[in-house]
Design a protein around this ligand. Structure first.
Ligand code: SAM
Length: 245
């Protein structure tokens, strides 16, 4: 997979591209990251890329020509052009899964008041938002997309790491995790995890995953087609919670 990031701040990616799984996947040749400075496509002698909005209003808007030239410079038939925008589709694991199957993504980062709408209307395939709040630029959202997508590429995670159990991959949150010491400030690791009984441990993980989701994100369960076993577990979880409070 290849990802091109079109940005006014390519230097923000200097450390990012060397960091942890991002750096490892690049080194392994699983993924390549290219940053494109949109200012390189400005014809202005001061490399300006913004201008006043037609019709008035606060702030500046990124002009369409440098963005169009930057897109054209990296675009091929396989490319999907994504504009990071607070007006886009809210990002989630399902979107990450589907984008991880693409071979080339172009991530367009806006700045100032955003970009000329003719780019969005005519040259962008998908607008993606990180959530219902406004950031200064699309660079951090672009990093979030890249990080979440490359974890899903075959060979990106090492043998011990896996995304399959992780929160959201299968529509549930992950079960609680514990490490050494067995006792910390008088608090104990659940006995079952020390039992060595792998069948029981797997069952416990399923139960705890469902329980965590029920407590922290019950909305996720509303969208889920629960299996018979999950329904029975949920019944038990509700009873346990009732007993506690
Ligand atoms: N004027 C725009 C609006 O109200 O819709 C907001 C522009 S914002 C200050 C500047 C840039 O930050 C945007 O062009 C976009 O690339 C990025 N951005 C801001 N919030 C974002 C979010 N929630 N998700 C993704 N990108 C965002």
């Amino acid at each position: 997979m290849r990802i091109d990031v079109l940005t006014l701040f390519p230097e923000l990616f200097d450390i990012f591209e060397k960091w942890s799984i991002v750096g490892r996947t690049i080194e392994k040749g699983i993924f390549s990251l290219n940053t494109v400075d949109i200012r390189d496509f400005s014809e202005d002698k001061h490399r300006r890329v913004d201008d006043y909005p037609f019709g008035g209003g606060p702030g500046m808007v990124m002009r369409p020509e440098p963005i169009y030239r930057a897109i054209s410079n990296v675009k091929s038939e396989e490319s999907k052009v994504i504009y990071l925008s607070p007006q886009g589709k809210t990002y989630n694991q399902r979107l990450a899964n589907s984008l991880s199957k693409e071979s080339h993504l172009i991530l367009l980062c806006g700045h100032y008041e955003g970009i000329d709408n003719r780019i969005i209307d005519n040259y962008v395939d998908l607008e993606i938002s990180l959530g219902d709040y406004v950031l200064t630029g699309g660079e951090i959202p672009a990093m979030v997309l890249i990080e979440s997508i490359i974890r899903l590429l075959p060979g990106a995670l090492s043998g011990e790491e896996s995304y399959v159990d992780e929160s959201h991959y299968n529509g549930l949150l992950e079960y609680p995790q514990y490490t050494r010491p067995r006792e910390f400030n008088g608090f104990h690791v659940p006995e079952i995890l020390l039992s060595g009984d792998h069948k029981k441990i797997e069952k416990w993980k399923e139960y705890k995953s469902l329980e965590t989701t029920y407590i922290k994100r019950p909305d996720l369960l509303e969208k889920r087609n629960l299996t018979k076993m999950e329904m029975e577990m949920l019944e038990k979880i509700r009873e346990e919670i009732k007993k506690k409070y």
